[in-house]
Design a protein around this ligand. Structure first.
Ligand code: MLT
Length: 317
């Protein structure tokens, strides 16, 4: 069986699959060439970069399984795969901690203007140190602030757990969940007891109006969930964090809201187009930026790889 891991896969998964007799290739085939080459493979593994379209599925004469090494399935035409009898699997739980930690990396960054000082220090850190210090001294603490989660699935709940650990309040909206219990396990090895906290979800409007920071934890492919109307509902001084999917935030409206001080900050890991085409969103001092790395930690990639290898091995048993 030949596997193409077109967006890469953790080395441990490669070793596990090869030990079971699979051949696994990890050299990326560019999207434009993929349809011409996919017939050589039985399994196609992707992260978010490769789009598994109707054309790719039609060209994959030997394809039996498509694996998405990650949470969402929005880059895979799952309906068409089903019609063609090609199975689709993903690893929905493996990266929750890493994505939630990145949310806090952005939150800490915007609260203390790290994105701004990191850009300024190399050039101005000596000559304009005191001026920079003055500008960056308008920081705020996260403790006591309210984190509003839009989407309260695995990653949203992990973000809630971390927020409670920092002394934040948590409110959440999820169209599918009216109430959820978050198990707060901080550090059992250190004897810190686990406790449970019930979060009753409220309307999206109320989350937007009440939160000091709004963090999105929703799937893509549903159009804009945050555009001018939603940004206008948010508190002045609030921040928006998107480590979910780029297409859910209208970037033009977001830049306008940041420029007009309708909201104060944003943290973005994902973009409407990747690589981003609307570069205004990359140039603001109050926006913390990362290039879609929510799941890109050693730990998450190992868990994703192990889980994916296990699913492939079981599928062909
Ligand atoms: C995910 O959905 O888990 C990530 O977006 C995958 C990725 O990092 O490409």
């Amino acid at each position: 069986m030949r596997i193409l891991a077109n967006d890469g896969i953790d080395q441990s998964a490669k070793i596990a699959l090869e030990a079971q007799g699979f051949t696994i290739e990890t050299n990326n085939i560019p999207q434009a060439e993929l349809a011409g080459r996919i017939s050589e493979y039985d399994v196609l593994l992707v992260r978010s970069a490769t789009k598994v379209t109707k054309e790719i599925l039609d060209a994959g004469a030997s394809l039996k399984l498509v694996g998405r090494a990650g949470v969402g399935l929005d880059n895979i035409d799952t309906t068409y795969a089903k019609e063609k009898g090609i199975a689709v699997v993903n690893t929905p739980a493996a990266s929750s901690t890493s994505v939630a930690e990145l949310v806090f990396a952005h939150l800490f960054s915007v609260c203390r203007m790290l994105q701004y000082t990191n850009r300024q220090m190399p050039e101005n850190g000596v000559a304009n140190f005191n001026q920079l210090k003055k500008t960056a001294s308008a920081g705020i603490e996260l403790k006591g602030k309210t984190l509003g989660l839009i989407g309260f699935g695995r990653i949203g709940r992990e973000a809630a757990r971390m927020a409670y650990g920092l002394g934040m309040n948590v409110i959440a909206f999820d169209p599918m969940i009216s109430e959820a219990e978050v198990e707060i396990t901080f550090h059992p090895e250190a004897g810190i007891p686990t406790f449970k906290k019930k979060v009753t979800t409220i309307s999206k409007e109320d989350v937007l109006k009440q939160a000091d920071f709004v963090s999105l934890h929703i799937p893509g492919g549903q159009g804009y969930v945050i555009a001018a109307a939603e940004l206008n509902m948010m508190k002045k001084g609030a921040g928006l964090i998107n480590c979910a999917r780029g297409g859910v935030v209208n970037e033009v409206d977001l830049v306008e809201a940041l420029n007009n001080k309708t909201i104060a900050y944003a943290g973005l890991d994902v973009f409407e187009k990747e690589p981003p085409v609307y570069d205004a969103v990359l140039k603001l001092d109050n926006v913390s930026l990362t290039p879609h790395i929510g799941a890109s930690t050693a730990e998450a990639q190992k868990r994703i790889g192990d889980e994916m290898a296990e699913q492939i091995i079981n599928f062909f048993k």
